[in-house]
Design a protein around this ligand. Structure first.
Ligand SMILES: *[C@@H]1O[C@H](CO)[C@@H](O)[C@H](O)[C@H]1NC(C)=O
Ligand SMILES: *[C@@H]1O[C@H](CO)[C@@H](O)[C@H](O)[C@H]1NC(C)=O
Ligand SMILES: *[C@@H]1O[C@H](CO)[C@@H](O)[C@H](O)[C@H]1NC(C)=O
Ligand SMILES: *[C@@H]1O[C@H](CO)[C@@H](O)[C@H](O)[C@H]1NC(C)=O
Ligand SMILES: [Zn+2]
Length: 349
């Protein structure tokens, strides 16, 4: 992704609105087809059933398998794609590849493959989680891209694994779950409209033509996650209600002492803040895979930390930067969000 203005910190807070995060968010409209959902908090029982589901060793294993250079067209790229695909197929997800080719600076004609995985291939609508699995090409070093975006992709594979049983009912529901692993997010030479987000540009255009776009409820895009202390913001007014669910889930978990703190894990520093900031940034400065979908009116939650991790696009974005405690904290919030979302929509039927 690309941050259009490096001095964003100076004027980043364009408008700040603090959510009444514990209020019920009943009846806000989301998505396409004028659907309104009654978003209900997970019951205490369900919350306590889902929250302890966790498998950090699995998260580490999956992450390690993706921590290889994955430049489009290389064997590492094929390996990452095969790994993601087989992982989800083993969990009985329906996985397809959207294959196409395009011409990139430096490397020329390249074959791209977006990976599209569905829990219920026959669903009418989808809650979509996405990341990009390609890594950036650099002329002078091998870039690993731990936060960019091996960890976000590993988080999705880990969610499917951890929630396997909990998600079972949603194999048959009209609203189900889709994961997209975009290809070719990174620019090969210089970020620009023709040299970046190759995969998402292709997929959004194709799905606009065949009507699939209307079946996407919301696209939750994860990027640059994996390092310590990330902070997220709400960027888009039409998904503010859903964003505020993330804020309240973090509070609810924190109140119940279900999020890990450094202090209890023996690390001598304390995270002073929260991940999901209760602030709105009306910013269009971060370009990423959501753009082709945003421009076609798909509701977006863009979960990318601001500021970016300090290791962004350097050789230091490798295994040694990953903070598994923070990553698991965030994964847990997202897993509960996923269950809450699927339940809210299904209850409404
Ligand atoms: C996948 O589906 C097959 C056939 O329905 C079933 O035998 C198998 O147990 C399922 N595997 C998982 C991991 O759900
Ligand atoms: C991108 O490609 C289009 C179509 O080939 C071209 O018209 C346009 O000028 C290009 N834009 C940039 C910034 O290179
Ligand atoms: C996990 O999240 C909670 C709530 O935001 C926070 O208090 C805690 O410090 C976090 N732990 C780490 C390791 O980031
Ligand atoms: C990985 O990152 C660390 C610092 O974050 C750096 O010291 C190390 O050189 C990097 N490893 C490689 C192989 O580039
Ligand atoms: Zn990048």
């Amino acid at each position: 992704m690309c941050l259009l203005n490096a001095s964003f910190a100076v004027f980043i807070i364009l408008s700040v609105s603090v959510f009444a995060s514990k209020d019920s968010q009943s009846g806000f409209a989301v998505g396409r087809n004028e659907l309104t959902y009654r978003t209900e908090e997970l019951s205490h029982e369900k919350f306590l059933a889902y929250a302890p589901l966790s498998d950090v060793p699995h998260l580490r294993k999956v992450t390690n398998n993706l921590l290889i250079p994955r430049v489009v067209g290389t064997t590492g790229h094929t390996q990452a794609r095969d790994y993601i695909t087989s992982n989800l197929r083993e969990l009985n997800w329906s996985v397809e590849h959207d294959k196409f080719h395009d011409t990139a600076p430096i490397l020329g004609k390249l074959h791209f493959h977006n990976i599209i995985a569905k829990l219920n291939p026959d669903a009418e609508r989808y809650l979509v989680f996405a990341c990009h699995y390609d890594s950036k090409y650099f002329e002078d070093f091998e870039f690993i891209g731990a936060t960019d975006s091996a960890v976000p992709c590993a988080m999705l594979l880990n969610m499917a694994h951890v929630l396997q049983t909990a998600l079972e009912p949603f194999r048959k529901t009209k609203l189900s779950l889709m994961f997209i692993f975009f290809d070719g997010e990174e620019a090969f030479k210089e970020w620009g409209p023709n040299d970046s987000i190759y995969g998402s540009r292709h997929l959004a255009k194709m799905w606009e033509a065949d009507g699939t776009l209307n079946r996407l409820d919301i696209l939750v895009l994860l990027d640059l996650i994996g390092s310590a202390d990330p902070t997220f913001y709400s960027f888009f007014p039409n998904t503010e209600g859903w964003y505020s669910r993330l804020v309240s889930l973090e509070e609810r978990l924190s109140d119940l002492n279900m999020l890990q703190r450094y202090i209890s894990s023996g690390v001598s520093r304390q995270y002073p803040n929260r991940y999901f900031q209760p602030n709105t940034l009306r910013s269009s400065m971060v370009e990423d895979d959501h753009l082709p979908f945003l421009r076609r009116n798909v509701p977006i939650l863009h979960l990318i930390p601001l500021p970016f991790p300090t290791v962004w696009h350097t050789k230091d974005d490798n295994n040694s930067i990953i903070d598994y405690i923070a990553t698991e904290n965030i994964s847990l919030i997202l897993r509960l969000f996923m269950m809450e979302y699927l339940q809210s929509a299904t209850d409404e039927k």
